[in-house]
Design a protein around this ligand. Structure first.
Ligand SMILES: Cc1cc2nc3c(=O)[nH]c(=O)nc-3n(C[C@H](O)[C@H](O)[C@H](O)COP(=O)(O)OP(=O)(O)OC[C@H]3O[C@@H](n4cnc5c(N)ncnc54)[C@H](O)[C@@H]3O)c2cc1C
Length: 289
């Protein structure tokens, strides 16, 4: 039958393109003003889930919390072979810090239910905290394996992974259910399939409150997804006080681009002595070593 897998995917501002309008007066990020992209390591998390599905079967359900246009990253998931997608969207989620974000995602994951494996990216390129994955696992009370560089072995009950640690790797095994955070090192994400792009490019969103449709996704009956499920605060049974700005002890005060400008330059002779002198200087200035 294969594992039931949930992948959390985030739409992020293209941080190579930060402009003056990046922040709103209320301290929330002005996502509409910034070009939005698929968080890179979430593509690696999705790829790992799809590889396991290729090997063992099972289902892949992708969840994203974000503004209405975050539906674009969910379409990208369908174009690559995800079985179902859910957009968790409500103005009351705006300004969420990692505590409030992981709370809302935990509620949505519980609504889907029956999961064996949850896959997140190690980190998002905007907040860069790498906190949401571990926080979701904590709130669900399940094991977590972070910074995954490779999946070594997986079967119907457990998974063995290679984790990146400070000075190398470690091999760890966990029974299901378990949450993984996946790094860019783990795989080369597949590209969108033309046939799936044609079937899903005009897919619409539909706000729905009903419970997650079990039969709908039982293996072998996976019919094409007819719409992107949209869930708000009530749909996921969340406490509004724990969502968005009201549920966030931390607030982003200001974000701005850091542009590195060269202040002085020095010619290094391409000799043993020249390179040795350069290495010595870099170590002395704690730039390396
Ligand atoms: C510049 C900046 C600095 C910030 N600093 C902080 C801070 O110090 N503390 C703090 O609490 N908040 C901070 N935030 C807010 C934080 O970005 C949001 O809370 C965000 O939703 C989650 O944190 P993250 O971006 O660090 O994600 P990470 O924890 O790095 O994300 C890890 C993984 O969790 C999943 N994930 C994260 N967000 C979502 C989502 N919305 N939908 C689906 N999956 C998701 C993805 O798989 C992602 O790869 C910051 C935001 C910005 C823009």
């Amino acid at each position: 039958m294969g594992p039931r897998m949930i992948v959390t995917v985030k739409q992020v501002p293209d941080t190579h393109n930060i402009t003056g309008e990046a922040m709103k007066e209320d301290g929330t990020v002005n996502r509409a003003a910034l070009p939005a992209i698929f968080n890179p390591e979430d593509l690696n998390a999705l790829e790992e889930a799809l590889k396991i599905k290729d090997q063992l079967g099972g289902t892949v359900i992708c969840i994203s919390m974000g503004p209405p246009n975050a539906a674009e990253v969910l379409k990208e998931c369908l174009y690559r072979g995800a079985d179902d997608v859910v957009l968790v969207s409500d103005r009351r989620f705006a300004g969420a810090d990692t505590l409030a974000t992981s709370y809302a995602l935990k509620c949505a994951i519980e609504k889907v239910g029956g999961y064996d494996l949850i896959l997140c990216g190690r980190q998002a390129i905007d907040g860069d905290t790498a906190q949401v994955g571990p926080q979701i696992a904590e709130k669900l009370g399940i094991n977590q394996l972070t910074c995954i560089a490779a999946v070594v072995q997986v079967d119907e009950q457990s998974i063995t992974v290679k984790r990146s640690v400070e000075d190398g790797y470690e091999i760890v095994r966990s029974q299901f259910p378990v949450l993984l955070t996946v790094t860019a090192e783990a795989n080369q994400p597949r590209t969108a399939k033309a046939k799936l792009v044609m079937s899903y490019k005009n897919i619409g969103k539909e706000l729905c409150d009903d419970s997650y449709d079990e039969a709908y996704l039982s293996p072998g009956t996976c019919s094409a997804v007819s719409h992107i499920k949209e869930w708000n605060v009530e749909s996921i049974g969340a406490d509004p006080q724990q969502c968005g700005l009201s549920g966030s002890p931390t607030k982003v005060k200001k974000i701005q681009s850091v542009v590195l400008t060269a202040c002085e330059s020095k010619q290094i002779p391409n000799t043993e002595a020249g390179i040795a002198e350069l290495m010595h200087e870099l170590i002395a200035e704690n730039i390396i070593g």
